[in-house]
Design a protein around this ligand. Structure first.
Ligand code: ADQ
Length: 532
């Protein structure tokens, strides 16, 4: 049996478990797939094609500091998921060069080789002006599409000028991708809501390309999407792809319903495909995951163990406290305020916990040029101050806020010290923090408190699931998690680890590219026939 057949075999077997419907029942010893298996699938798909990944955020940022240039790995779930894939096939990654020293690091073709880890890949940087960044990134992407898709009571802001900039920046990415491809065949794998128009732009320039788009955030229902002034253009842009992925079936359903309401297209609900302009787009759920083995190994490495000591010293942990831990980008969708309120109430309702519990919150500043994010930062600081002031004594503080972009070692260390990890998103496409935590707990201890409104909740049935809008219920769930017996903690963690181990990020990639292989003959037939 060759590598591709082995993987297909595994996938059929894995197909007996549908991770999108969520249950802990797994075939017990299913061997997980790895980077080599994923690379084999992509190579098998088209031997001569390049794999080009496109996203707004770059995986490595070069920042100028007083003591030289520093490489930074941004806090982003999209990057956590995509990097192992581009590395597996040594592909090319096209992204916005946003660092202050990015231009210094590239060659004359604006390329930088990202090495380290198991293999290297090329990063091609696209330069944006400040005005383009303002309109496209802070404007349309993060002040219009992000709140529109998450529906969490932050009102989307629409501006025609920003939309024009968004379109122009998508065209700029299109030019860079075409330049990278030259006259070769290629599979272009586009990431996220910053680049919704890119599939159609590429399709118009090169009808022969294979285009996959993955939308990392939720897709709202048609009623919520209705207010998007350029909805038709955005949908048409996405429908330039052959395969369009979301994390869960619910988002696929919402997308197809939105198309049905908003544009002229033929929908095949049996195949779950949309025909527009003669060619089909297949819409499928692919729940993203993490590199389980890597995280599991890294979590017990010597640097992480040292960092655990440093963290405990920094928060003056005296051994009496159980640690609650939160690890988030500072974003209003992550439910950080709701979490703080639940922790406050926990102490009010269970005063015996005074001095015996501490919340360690890591919060990475994000999108700070957007007003809603600045306000959230201020609200969080004020609330932490107020809660700490009401509960603290001379030797203990309830909340320890470590604001800042923390490195991977610190994030891993934070997972290690958690008795309970809190993921309380109001709405989240998947949430990789939850899966990283599970992968990091080799000791099979720790409780995951997880919002029902994350994609991850569909799979992680053994988490303590909560509605973050219901502070009272969340407080009780938190108390239950803190006082859970060791045997139950272990049972739940063992089952969750098995699930994330099996459904790792390589399986996610393999599912996408295997599906691409399956639909290719249908796409080709439709192209030859000039429509369906
Ligand atoms: P994000 O909204 O960025 O991702 P998430 O999936 O939780 O959210 O990933 C965050 C990543 O950043 C994790 O790898 C985490 O370790 C890291 N991180 C978080 N806080 C950090 C901190 N303070 N310092 C350093 N690193 C930090 C989007 C969608 C998600 C979806 C992913 C992938 O919103 O729903 O899971 O894409 O598709």
């Amino acid at each position: 049996m060759n590598e591709i057949e082995r993987v297909k075999d595994l996938m059929t077997e894995a197909g007996s478990v549908d991770p999108t419907v969520g249950s802990g029942t797994l075939s017990p010893h299913l061997p997980p797939v790895d980077a080599a298996a994923l690379a084999a699938v992509i190579r098998g798909l088209s031997r001569d094609s390049k794999l080009v990944v496109v996203s707004n955020r770059e995986p490595v940022i070069h920042e100028a500091r007083d003591d030289g240039v520093r490489e930074i790995r941004p806090a982003s779930g999209m990057i956590t998921g995509i990097e192992p894939i581009v590395r597996a096939v040594s592909g090319t990654w096209v992204a916005h060069g946003s660092g202050s020293a990015d231009r210094r690091a590239v060659d004359t073709n604006d390329r930088f080789t990202v090495s380290g880890g198991r293999s290297s890949y090329a990063l091609r940087r696209v330069w944006l002006t400040r005005q383009e960044e303002q309109g496209y990134y802070y404007g349309v992407a993060n002040s219009a599409l992000w709140p529109l898709c998450h529906i969490v009571y932050a009102r989307p802001q629409f501006s025609r000028r920003q939309w024009e900039t968004y379109r122009r920046v998508n065209e700029k990415f299109c030019a860079a991708v075409l330049e990278e491809i030259g006259s070769e065949d290629a599979i272009v794998f586009i990431q996220d809501y910053h680049l919704a128009l890119l599939p159609r732009l590429l399709r118009q320039a090169r009808p022969d390309l294979t285009i996959v788009m993955f939308w990392h955030i939720p897709w709202p229902n048609p009623e919520a999407f209705r207010i998007m002034p350029w909805g038709e253009e955005l949908l048409d842009g996405l429908l330039g792809s052959d395969l369009l992925g979301f994390h869960i079936q619910y988002h696929c359903n919402n997308f197809v319903d939105t198309v049905d309401h908003r544009v002229e297209a033929r929908i095949d609900r049996e195949q779950f495909s949309v025909f527009r302009g003669g060619t089909p787009t297949y819409v499928r759920p692919f729940p993203i995951s993490v590199d389980f083995e890597q995280v599991s190994d890294d979590a017990v490495s010597v640097p992480v163990r040292h960092r655990v000591e440093e963290i405990l010293a920094a928060i003056e942990h005296d051994g009496r406290q159980q640690l609650l831990v939160g690890v988030d980008r500072l974003d209003y969708t992550k439910g950080i305020i709701e979490r703080l309120r639940a922790v406050d109430r926990l102490l009010l309702e269970y005063p015996e916990l005074r001095g015996r519990v501490t919340l360690l919150q890591l919060a990475a500043p994000s999108r700070t040029h957007v007003e809603a994010y600045r306000r959230l930062g201020q609200e969080m600081d004020a609330l932490v101050d107020d809660i700490n002031w009401r509960h603290q004594d001379d030797t203990w503080q309830l909340i320890r806020l470590l604001r800042g972009h923390h490195d991977y070692t610190t994030v891993m260390a934070a997972y290690q010290v958690a008795r309970v990890l809190l993921v309380t998103s109001l709405h989240d496409g998947m949430n990789l923090v939850a899966k990283e935590f599970v992968a990091a707990r080799r000791d099979e201890d720790g409780v995951l408190l997880l919002s029902k409104y994350t994609g991850a909740a569909r799979e992680l049935a053994d988490a303590v699931q909560v509605n973050p809008f219901d502070i009272d219920a969340m407080t009780q769930a938190l108390y239950g998690a803190l006082t859970m017996e060791a045997a139950e903690r272990r049972e739940r963690m063992v089952r969750m680890r098995e699930l994330v181990r099996t459904h790792n990020v390589y399986e996610w990639g393999i599912k996408i590219f295997t599906e691409l292989q399956a639909i290719q003959p249908l796409v080709r037939a439709a192209r030859r026939g000039g429509g369906a």
